[in-house]
Design a protein around this ligand. Structure first.
Ligand code: PPE
Length: 310
């Protein structure tokens, strides 16, 4: 969480094709997205590297954004390439050496009612510094989480593959329940009772030399960090399976960790107060974190072209 008071008020926001001041980046209370959740968004990190700021997997994020928009029939009137350019310009104009980037496409005003088709399709890009998502010590010590009493959205209710604002009503219920119960995060099961994902992260379990992560059919967001970790793990010789995970497999795993743009690779030390492995970051999570940050620090060759320099 970032408090608004921590965000410098002189930031510029890209809004519908031009830059405006942070304080002017507002919408009308009759905005469709506010009433009906009709917004799709992304979360992207721009990292400080020895050769200047670089955005991690920018193309994949913009592709997912446009895929989300396509599912909701709300493609904006600019191309993916133009959107990529606008993101880079937003980082540049705010002189960030590192930041979190939040692009959003939403239904605005023009008509009122559930039918969104007569509303404007608007877009904005904000950047600010977002620190460690699950706490300063999380990457090293791991976090304590619970299995949520809320299930992830069922197939064919709302598209889980879309990063739609509406999906985050479910995430909020999970997160509030976890925090109120004294945990850092919740893990949702899917509608069949198999492990799905966290409120804002994908999940992996480690058993021996094998990593298992829920398949896309378990109502998970197709995470870009998930994809990154799969590639890094395979390159290191681990077997990676996208397979159904029964809840109880969490408790007996050697390691469990979350992946996400904000969370990066965050080990899970306890689930429902049952210690996972040694109850701290395990060797596989550590190895993957080192590999991940080696790409960002330019210590490891970016063979996949994951970095776009600003
Ligand atoms: N599942 C969900 C539900 C999710 O929100 C995210 C990202 C992921 C998986 C991981 O996806 P990826 O970032 O592509 O590896 N959550 C974003 C928003 C978090 C927020 O609190 O807001 C993020 O990590 O930026």
């Amino acid at each position: 969480m970032t408090q608004f008071s921590e965000i410098p008020s002189d930031l510029k926001v890209y809004f519908n094709g031009g830059f405006i001041d942070w304080k002017d980046a507002t919408v009308h209370v009759m905005t469709h997205a506010l009433h009906y959740g009709s917004a799709v968004f992304e979360g992207i990190r721009c990292y400080k590297t020895p050769k200047g700021p670089a955005v991690f997997r920018l193309k994949e994020h913009v592709d997912r954004l446009f895929n989300s928009a396509k599912m909701y029939r709300m493609l904006p009137n600019l191309s993916r390439e133009e959107f990529i350019k606008a993101i880079l310009e937003t980082i540049k104009i705010n002189s960030f050496d590192e930041c979190y980037v939040r692009p959003i496409i939403f239904r605005g005003t023009g008509a009122f009612g559930v039918n969104p088709l007569d509303n404007t399709i608007e877009y904005a890009i904000c950047c600010w510094k977002w620190g460690k998502y699950l706490g300063e010590e999380a990457l090293e010590k791991g976090v304590s989480v619970q299995v949520s009493s809320w299930n992830r959205i069922a197939p064919n209710t709302m598209p889980a593959l879309a990063k739609c604002a509406a999906n985050y009503a479910n995430s909020q219920l999970m997160k509030m329940e976890a925090v109120k119960n004294g945990y850092t995060e919740g893990i949702a099961l899917d509608v069949s009772g198999y492990v799905s994902e966290g409120s804002g992260e994908n999940i992996f379990i480690v058993r021996g030399q094998t990593l298992i992560t829920p398949p896309l059919g378990s109502s998970v967001l197709p995470g870009i960090t998930r994809d990154t970790v799969i590639a890094l793990a395979r390159a290191s010789g681990y077997e990676v399976i996208e397979g159904l995970i029964p809840r109880e497999m969490l408790y007996i795993a050697d390691e469990v960790f979350f992946t996400g743009t904000a969370a990066e690779i965050t080990p899970i030390a306890f689930i429902d107060q049952i210690q996972i492995g040694e109850g701290r970051r395990g060797p596989v999570a550590k190895h993957l974190q080192e590999n991940f940050f080696a790409v960002i620090n330019l210590e490891r060759k970016d063979t996949h072209g994951w970095l776009t320099f600003v």
